[in-house]
Design a protein around this ligand. Sequence first.
Ligand code: SIN
Ligand code: FE
Length: 306
Amino acid sequence: MQFVTIDPWPTPEPVDYRPELEAGNVLFFPSSPFNLPERSKEFLRNLNFSGGAIHKNVAYKPSLDRVTGVEMESDRLQRLHEIMRDYSSMVVEFATALLPQYAPHWKLDYASFRPVEEDGRDLPLNKRNDLIHTDAFPSRPTNGDLILRIFTNIHPSKTRNWITTDPFPVIAARYAKDAGLESIARDAASAAGRLKNTSVRFLRNAGLPVVPRSAYDQFMLHFHEYLKRNGDFQRNTAKYRFDFPAGSTWLTFTDVVPHSVLSGQHALEQTFIIARSSMANADQAPVSVLERLCGKPLLETGQPAR
Ligand code: SIN
Ligand code: FE
């Protein structure tokens, strides 16, 4: 895998960067391609989250225009909210210019502010980000679409230090069967599996907080934890280190590129769900890779590709 540096931005000629991202590379901008005001960054860095005032990260949900994951008094919360809203809309504008083929079809997901030093964080295993993993969201199955995340290091001086490994097709070929791909595919296709899925959909439509998950989403959620728990993988997989400098921006498909963060503080991030139908090479989507490996469909039939 590679870290592809884009400098200057905007590029003199338009470039289709989809194949680079879809192959499991990281696009790297040494200086941020959008300008968050210095005073906003300073406000974020000076927020004091000691005493348990924060859950894992601060989240901003653009579709609801809401900040969650944090408790603080209302004037500061309002300022935080405005900054997250501005940040999110700046990233969307930048991403639309960078990836115009994805933009008409993507779904804007959450943004986050990550204020806590990553080195030595005390989190339960499935939330630990210092262990190499692929991303999957328990509450938001993608149904075969991809998770694109754009990060900016807003620390005034410290790098944010990542380790990645080989992209999904390589890691899946080595570990997906051991992680139980065959049985997840078989169970979902069985009469009992289909009935369960129909019932979950029914309950969701009736307003219950249940999440219908395709076999693909079940596998990806399981694989996230499987990789974190697998000592052999954590120790022996190829490792590529990248220290993202203060002020830089980078983006990658975090379900295609297994990654971990070892240290760093104060990052902003915006997530997009990229429609598989808008990929340059849809056969590189993790769902296609997995379907080839197990020889079974992993998405419900009759579901429209967005
Ligand atoms: C992650 O997605 O695992 C964390 C990456 C980061 O916060 O830099
Ligand atoms: Fe992650």
